[in-house]
Each structure stands twice: as C-alpha cells, then as structure tokens.
Design a protein around this ligand. Structure first.
Ligand code: QV4
Ligand code: CA
Length: 487
C-alpha cells in the first residue's frame, strides 16, 4: 500500500486542514493547474462535538460512527468533492481514525448518533464493550499508555483516554475496513493512518487485506489504495517505524525537525551538511518515507524551537524549497488556518483553537484573508511544486556549498537551485547542468521562461545558461534568499 497513483507529472500532497468539502471541491481546479497530485482531508466520519473547550480542531479525532456528516459537510458534499476532484485528476486521501473512538463521557455526534464512551457503546457503528481493549489486554491500572517502552501498552492501552478498539478481531476489522471500502467505492484514493503506532502491524495489514481495489472509473484496474502510517519515531521508543514499512509508507517526523534545525542554524547545523540529506542522516529509506516540514500537530504542540511553520515565513519558504528541490520521501505541503497563540512556559495554551467560524461551524475559505493561510498557494511554494514535478526521477547533481549556509544543486539537467542562508549577497558563476537558454527565477517570478512575469515587482528576471551549463547567478540575502531555475 506504499505506492501512490498520480496523474503523470504530479507528485505532491497538500493537507487542506479543516477545510470544508465544498471549498476543497472548488480548490481542486487550482490544484490541478498547479500540479498537485492529491489532497489530504480532515477525518470525514461522524465525530464528537466538544464544547469545553469550544469546538477544538481535535474533536474530529474522536469518532462516534462511520457515517459522514461532519464539521466539513455532509455525505453528499463529500461525494461531490471526490467526484469533482477525481475528474480533474486530483485525488483525495482521508485522515483515517480507526485505532479508537471517543474519550470518556457520553453525548450525540455530528451526525446525530448517540455514544457513551464510559460504557463503550457506539450504536451508530455498532461497537460495544467487547470491541474494545480492557484490563485483559492492557496491563496498566489506569488503562492509559503509561510507558512508551512497552509495546503492549502502546498498542492495547488508551492514548489520552481514547477508547481503544480491539483491532485484532474480525468484527472490528470488518467495520473499519467497511468504512474504508465505502470511501474507496466513492473514489477515495488513500489513507493517512492516524495513530498507527498504537495498532499492531499484523492487525493493520489484516484490515488492509480486506480493502477493495480503487474505483475503476478513475483508476487503472487493480490499483490499491495508498497508505501512509502515522508513526512518530525519534529512535527512543519500543515501537519503531520500520515495523510498518512492509505495509505502506511511514511518516518520517525527523525530516521536519532536521530541516527546521538546519534552516534555523540550531545546534551548529549548516546548510552545507545537507549534501547527503535523507538516508545519510539516519532517516527512513526515501521510498518508505512520507515527509513534511510541519503537520497539524507539530505546528501546535511540536518542538516550536525546531519546527518551522507559516509564522516564520521566510525560513519556511527556504525549508519548503529545499524539500521540494531535493529528492527524498513523498512530500506533503501543510495548508493552515491562523490562530492567536498564547505561549506560556514554551507551550501554546491556544493550541486547541478550531478553524475560523463560529458556534462550531467553519467559515468559507478565502485564501490570504488573515484566517486561511494557504501556504500551498504561496508562489515560492507552488512554483517549487512545479520544479519538483519537472525534476521527478532525475537525480541530484552539481552540488556546491561554501562550507557554511550557502548551497546549490541541480537535478541532472532539469532544474537548479541556489540557497543563500547567510548575510550578504551571493554572486558567482555556477555549473548548473542545465541546457543552454534563458530561464526565470521561479521563486520570485510567475513563469520559468521569458517573459518572466512580474509578481508584484519582486521578479528577479532572466538568467542565462551558456552552452557549457554555466550561469552567473546573484542571490540577495534577506527575503526569499534563493534562485530556482527549471526547464
Ligand atoms: C484527557 C486527558 C487524558 C484522560 C482523558 C479522559 O488528557 O489523560 O484520560 O481526558 O477521557 C483530546 C484532549 C485530551 C483528552 C482526549 C480525550 O486533548 O486532553 O484526554 O481528547 O478526551 C488529537 C489531539 C489530542 C486529542 C485527540 C482526540 O492531539 O490532544 O485529545 O486528538 O480528540 C502521540 C501518538 C500520535 C498522536 C499524537 C498526538 O503516537 O498518534 O500523540 N497523533 C495523532 C493525531 C492527533 C490526534 C490523535 C493521534 C488521536 O495526529 O492529532 O490527537 O486521534 O504521539
Ligand atoms: Ca490501540
């Protein structure tokens, strides 16, 4: 399940975090034009409605049933979105929460189903007490995961009180695979497996063995769903990401931290150390890895001194340009909404705040209105998605660095990028490996070929590559300290 299917020349995933289905449906035309392969959408199943705190984003990680009315819209709106995006060749991956149901307490979910977490009763599925892990499976007195050094606790006890499904039983697998098959039959192409670390690998593969092939209306017959599993592995716990690489791809959380540390120059890191970035840094094999600079968790509760987000816009653009120009892992771009942080003692007390809107409903997306950040539309990022697509499959070449924080590299004649993460202008002749011709800087210009276009006057214009692949390139320091050229 680690193979993904894209329209030819597309590769990158965008996470439209907390967007409504109707807004994603309209965004798909823009995404198709700009070469995105797929969209990751928020968990689409019926979820708990949390009022204390009021309607946090994380209420959607507490399933009540697998019916489809959620904060993002109705079942019909979901299906319309999938069809419209598929028709444009932009595929939908859903955030798949099947390790658990809600936390404690009782109530009514977003589609009207009742639930009682204390009694472990979810009639909307239905699940009852026998479908959950209890004292026989989980060795801790609290029923919670207390020691991440014990794989049995990690898999069989509750993650922050979330009622933990017995994923090894045929009945539970039939319900969760049935939910995924419903979505596959509607045209969904992939799954981010939430909390995969908390599920036994054998249960995960038994569940996926029940999945239908993708819908033949849009996908070649025999195509399997794409799966990337959320396993946070810093190397210090009992459960490791490599236990899951045989099933599908695995999130590589070290990617965002490592690149964040390099661009921020933490711990003496330098851009020049990136020359062997990827496996050379002790990370997963790139063909197993699913990567991102930040995700919906790390941008809130991650190590905020390492992780880069839209809030550090200039460094964030450098980090994204590097991950898109380099060749490592399957890349996802984060697309966020704004919230006011309240940092006390290094922790954001507002990290729970849900998407823009009121009373638990979400506002329509208007990119760049101050509420919706739309990083995926930032020119420096979306033009680098194009660079990434053009260079797909062409190895890194023409490496250059100054031993410090200035680097340059090519992609075997398809693209070339220079990054100047130091003070002062960088100006010199580079061996680009590019064919002779005139190129535009895609970090600051609209087009890759003349006429370069004028993005608000920032465009750095044309660069000439001569017959031997040499080009004189000047890269100012400060805002957008990069030049990127591609065929
Ligand atoms: C609270 C107490 C518990 C207590 C419980 C009683 O903290 O000690 O037992 O009440 O019922 C929310 C609250 C949390 C609350 C819990 C249950 O924040 O305080 O427990 O609900 O009511 C998201 C949020 C969580 C949120 C959860 C469910 O991050 O804060 O919990 O949604 O709403 C590990 C895992 C990794 C996980 C990561 C966050 O290995 O898998 O933690 N990441 C994924 C998602 C993440 C999501 C979940 C998993 C759960 O990316 O967004 O958690 O689906 O590293
Ligand atoms: Ca579990």
């Amino acid at each position: 399940f680690g193979t993904y299917y894209c329209q030819s020349g597309r590769d990158v995933v965008v996470h439209l975090f907390e967007w409504k289905w109707a807004d994603i449906q309209s965004e798909c035309s823009w995404l198709a034009e700009h070469g995105y392969c797929a969209v990751q959408v928020s968990p689409p199943m019926e979820h708990r409605i949390v009022t204390d705190p009021p309607y946090p984003w994380w209420q959607r990680y507490q399933p009540v049933s697998y019916s489809m009315n959620s904060r993002s819209g109705s079942e019909q709106q979901f299906r319309d979105m999938v069809e419209a995006c598929n028709d444009l060749g932009v595929y939908i991956y859903i955030d798949d929460v099947i390790n658990h149901m809600t936390g404690g307490g009782a109530g009514v979910g977003s589609d009207g189903s009742s639930f009682d977490g204390d009694a472990r009763d979810y009639p909307g599925v239905p699940f009852g007490p026998f479908d959950f892990n209890g004292p026989e499976q989980c060795p801790t007195a609290s029923g919670e995961i207390e020691d991440y050094g014990d794989p049995i606790q990690v898999r069989n006890c509750m993650l922050v009180g979330l009622r933990d499904l017995r994923g090894g039983t045929a009945y539970v697998q039939d319900q969760t695979a049935g939910y995924m098959n419903k979505l596959i039959d509607w045209g969904v192409a992939g799954f981010r497996l939430d909390a995969a670390k908390h599920m036994w690998p054998a249960d995960v593969s038994d569940t996926f063995a029940k999945l239908h092939d993708l819908n033949a209306q849009w996908f070649p017959s025999g195509t399997k769903a794409y799966v990337y599993q959320e396993v946070i592995d810093w190397g210090s716990e009992a459960v490791s990401g490599s236990e899951y690489t045989g099933i599908g791809r695995v999130t590589e959380f070290r990617h965002g931290k490592n690149i964040g540390d390099v661009v921020r120059k933490n711990f003496g890191q330098r851009m020049s150390y990136l020359s062997n970035y990827g496996e050379g840094w002790g990370q997963l094999n790139g063909l197993d890895a699913f990567v991102f600079i930040d995700n919906h968790d790390t941008q809130r509760t991650g190590d905020l001194n390492s992780i880069l987000t839209f809030r550090q816009s200039n460094m964030y653009k450098i980090a994204n340009a590097f991950q898109l120009a380099w060749q490592y892992g399957h890349v996802r771009i984060m697309s966020s909404y704004y919230w006011q942080q309240d940092i006390q003692d290094g922790r954001d007390h507002n990290e729970w705040i849900g998407p823009p809107g009121s009373g638990g409903s979400t506002s329509d997306v208007v990119c760049f209105d101050g509420d919706w950040i739309c990083e995926h539309r930032w020119r420096q990022i979306s033009n680098m998605v194009r660079f990434h697509n053009v260079a797909l499959g062409y190895p890194v070449s023409n490496w250059w660095d100054n031993g410090g924080d200035r680097i340059a590299f090519g992609r075997s004649g398809r693209g070339f990028i220079v990054i100047n993460n130091e003070n002062g202008e960088l100006s010199q002749s580079f061996s680009t490996g590019l064919p002779e011709g005139q190129y535009c800087d895609v970090i600051t210009c609209d087009n890759n070929r003349p006429p370069c276009g004028d993005s608000g006057g920032a465009c750095r214009g044309e660069f000439s590559v001569d017959g031997s692949g040499q080009a004189l390139i000047t890269v100012p320091a400060g805002e957008d300290p990069m030049v990127a050229l591609h065929v």
